[in-house]
Each structure stands twice: as C-alpha cells, then as structure tokens.
Design a protein around this ligand. Sequence first.
Ligand code: 6PG
Length: 261
Amino acid sequence: MVNPSGEIKRFIYSDAGELSQAAAHFIMRAAREAIAQQGYFALMLSGGSTPRAIYAHLAQSDLIKWARLHLFWGDERCVPPDHPLSNFRLAWEVWLSRVPVPAENIHRIRGELAPLQAAREYEQEMQRFFRRYASSTLKVGQGEKPLWPSFDLIILGMGSDGHVASLFLGDPALDEKVRWALAVEHRQPPPPMGWRITVTLPLINAARQVMFVVTGKEKAPMVRQALERGSETAALPVQRVRPRVGQLTWFLDQAALEAEA
Ligand code: 6PG
C-alpha cells in the first residue's frame, strides 16, 4: 500500500516557474526510485501547455537512466505526431528529442490512425508493456485480459472546467469500467474540439502515484472544488481522480489557490 490513508499531498509554489522546477525534481526522484526498485519507470505524460516547462527541465537532467524510462501519454488529440496540437509533439520537441531515451521506450498514442483503431492499438501497447515488465502485478481478469496496470507515475493537468486527460464532464467515457483507453469525440469548448484518445479513470486510479500540475487563477475555483471533495462517482472528472492505493499529489502555484476576490 503506497498511501493507505488516502491523504492528498499539496505543494504550493510562488509561480509556474518554481512549480515546474520542483515538479521535474519530483519526477526525477520517482524515476530513480522506481528504476532502483524494479528496473524500469513507467511514466504517463500529460498534454496541454502546463507541462512544457517541466519537460524542459527534464531535458536538462542527467540523473535518469534513460534506457529504463518508458513513456506513455494520458491522452492525445487525433492528429499526426508533427501536428501543432499533438501532445506527443510537445514532449518530443521540448524533451524527448534531446535525451537518449530509446525509440522503443516511447509508447505514443498514434493519433494519425482512425480514432477507434488508435484507442485499441494504444490499449494493446500498454498491455504488451505490462505483460512484459510487470506481469506479476497485473490482476489478470477473465479471458486473461489484465485488469489494471500500475503506472509508476501519471502526470495530469486540469482544465478550468474540471476535465482531466480527455475525460470531460458528462461524457460516458467517465463511467468506463473495463477499457484502458477510449476514443472520445469532444464537441464543445474548451478547445481543441474533435476526436481524442484518452486513458480511463480506473487506469488512472490504479497508478502508484498521480500528480496534478495546475497553475493560474482561472483554475482556482475548480481546484477548490477538486480538493474539497472527491470520489469515484463525483460529478467532475477531476473529483474522480482518487488513486485506490497510490499517492495523489497536487503541484499548484499561488494563483491557482487564491480564492475568488
Ligand atoms: C489535453 C490535456 C488536458 C490538459 C488540460 C490542462 O490534451 O488537452 O491532456 O487534459 O492537461 O486541459 O491544459 P493546460 O495545461 O494547457 O491548462
């Protein structure tokens, strides 16, 4: 049990710059610990813009055994990997193209495929990885399909509407109980609209660690709601992120904490 008490940790920083450096150190330490303990680090990256500075700090790190690092994404827009909206492209340009992580360790969501095919292939990619590296930890369900993988760390952003990954309020994907990844058609703001691939809440909540990285005053009202209450059946996607046994940690800047004036 990583976090038997279910306690939620919060780290508050004066600004996004200070948060990004601290978050990068947190990730590097988690990587070193996991690699020392089990020989690999399965890290799931967030999309959006907040992680950019974190990834830039990680690009400067020489403290990670890159060949032991495996990268996945929590969600992806259904666009090619070189598209400006691609979550993969952000991480690639700012970080992964600048460090010697083996290409086979980068398990990107293939947004260039048809959405349903992309979701299915990504789910199979995750299953292959966990069968190879962590078969002992998978509670294999009926039909030999593993139930849920334990990512060592999942990084999440949060939209000001309370969405996480590409799980949006009112979307049936929020109630998914079996699939590891789904294709969702995001039709209303916040942009970008269109088809996306997202991991599901049970996968997120099976992680050993989940870290939110949230900055800016426009998110403060939602941060307050997210921290005040949460459960796997709560209305807001962000309120449903409650790792079953893993540690949930929030990285916030002061602006994202400030109450409404
Ligand atoms: C996406 C992200 C999404 C993001 C939040 C926060 O693909 O859009 O995964 O969940 O993390 O919208 O985005 P910002 O960091 O840009 O505020």
